[in-house]
Design a protein around this ligand. Sequence first.
Ligand code: HEC
Length: 114
Amino acid sequence: MQKQQHSNRLFVLKPACLAGLSLLLLLMTGAARSADLFKGKEVFSNYCVSCHGADGVAVHPMAPNFQRGEKLFVSDLILLQSISKGKGSMPSFGGILSDSQIMDVIAYLRTFSR
Ligand code: HEC
């Protein structure tokens, strides 16, 4: 009787372990990816510097000053929307940059005001 109970417990435990393992794999591969500042800087130099300036002080008269943190006091998701869809005279980057590239460049924007 004792042995029977023991093997039953193992039977229940295995699927739980598998579920835990696949959750861990999921976290490691995509969901928990953190922004890459080096890639962000590269994107900024290629696509944003002409209006926003190498030091985050805008060249374009209507663009915010990132050194003063202008427009950056919102969540990454709000900024992702603006950059992806475009805003005012800023073009849309949705078809040019992937969401993860945009998240990288947002992390880089936040370094100007530090
Ligand atoms: C053609 C010039 C131009 C380029 C290129 C450009 N921007 Fe902008 N950007 C602007 C202007 C102008 C605004 C102000 C828009 C407004 O509020 O009317 C702005 C606003 C922003 C804002 C504030 C958005 C908000 O929600 O208020 C962010 C963040 C931003 N730009 C990031 C970027 C990034 C990142 C890139 C490169 C991928 C980029 N911009 C490229 C001109 C530009």
